[in-house]
Design a protein around this ligand. Structure first.
Ligand code: 9MR
Length: 348
């Protein structure tokens, strides 16, 4: 019964949302986007470009439910520069165009990472000087290509281990920790207006990893490096329990004068789902959104896919899934209701 109303809203709006700009929904149409309006927090999703092209209900839901989008894969280095010096921006441009038609802002993801780099980059024995030149060119070219069209960038992704030591990557090995400050400086040079984020997982609560980020952020900002934001991916699982001190963590970055964001939220579970797991999942989604709304400078809350139809989780974790707020038929789960209710109840 509870979902009947929301499902009806979804059905009606799916019919109209395809090309409707944000201003076409001045009242609460039952969407997440409407609930988030006026909260100061953007509500977002990662977007799967094949689904966006081929699945009309998916496409309509992206337009209707969210006011920020993140490319799930198509801005990653292996996609944008498949051969040295040969760029392919086509898929990423399609998403940016879609976002602008629908009154959405874009979170760019991601500029320096240990994963999803092109084979030509990782399998060639470049010298440190060459690697630095390649990284600089990659960041200047990519941020430059999207200048003025990307609101915020995940500049450095997953640079720490869970114990707070820097992750062993081709960048750290060749360039030492300086690559981090350099990446932010280059991104800022290419688009001085974009918000520049650190981003990681298992850094939502206060722990060794988030302590390392706090120390790094403080140090970079004291040195005048343009680091504006701290991203917490928010990949949770009901079987692990949830971090208890998320608000405390977010607030310490607030006090540093940084923006914060939840960038990839999903809450997975051992399959099959049952009532208790689905309820716990709703609590996980709600916990992170509450922390965001209760902090002063939390600017966005993005889910890593909104429907189980395209979630990355089952492909990566054996026997797990059901991690998003809508099921495979795009029907809302309690997590969806919790997100809406939290937006409507917790006002800054
Ligand atoms: O969801 C993405 C999936 O489609 C890719 O195969 C995968 C490859 O590493 O990356 C996934 O997205 C990741 C994101 O870029 C960074 N944080 C973890 C995400 C889930 O693995």
């Amino acid at each position: 019964m509870r979902f009947g109303r929301i499902t009806a809203f979804l059905a009606v709006s799916l019919a109209v949302a395809g090309s409707a700009p944000a201003s076409a929904h001045p009242v609460d149409d039952g969407s997440l986007r409407a609930a988030a309006r006026g909260s100061g927090v953007h509500i977002g999703t990662a977007v799967d470009m094949s689904a966006l092209a081929d699945d009309a209900p998916y496409r309509a839901a992206v337009a209707r439910e969210f006011d920020t989008v993140t490319p799930e894969n198509v801005m990653k280095w292996e996609v944008v520069e498949p051969q040295p010096g040969v760029y392919d921006w086509a898929a990423a441009d399609r998403l940016v165009d879609f976002a602008h038609k629908n009154g959405q802002v874009v979170r760019g993801h991601t500029l320096v990472w240990h994963s999803q780099n092109p084979a030509w980059l990782t399998e060639t024995a470049y010298t440190p000087a060459q690697l630095r030149t390649l990284l600089r060119k990659h960041i200047l070219d990519e941020v430059g290509h999207f200048k003025g069209r990307v609101w915020a960038w995940d500049v450095a992704n997953e640079i720490f281990n869970d114990d707070g030591t820097l992750r062993d990557t081709i960048w750290l090995r060749a360039l030492g920790s300086d690559y981090i400050a350099d990446a932010f400086r280059w991104a800022h040079q290419a688009d001085p207006k974009a918000l520049l984020f650190l981003n990681d997982y298992n850094n939502e609560g206060v722990n060794a990893k988030s302590d390392a980020y706090y120390a790094l952020a403080k140090q970079l900002r004291a040195a005048g490096v343009p680091v504006h934001g701290y991203g917490m991916q928010g990949h949770l699982g009901v079987q692990y329990g949830f971090p208890g001190d998320v608000l405390e963590n977010v607030r310490r970055f607030d006090r540093l004068g940084m923006k914060t964001a939840f960038t990839e939220v999903d809450v997975r579970m051992e399959l099959p789902p049952d009532t208790a797991k689905v309820q716990a999942q709703a609590e996980g989604f709600g916990l992170l959104l509450r922390a965001c709304l209760m902090a002063k400078n939390c600017v966005s809350y993005t889910v890593w896919g909104f429907t189980d139809k395209y979630s990355w989780v089952p492909g990566f974790f054996d026997g797990q899934g059901s991690a998003t707020p809508l099921d495979e038929n795009l029907q809302p789960k309690p997590a969806y209701d919790t997100l809406r209710e939290t937006f409507l109840l917790v006002r800054r």
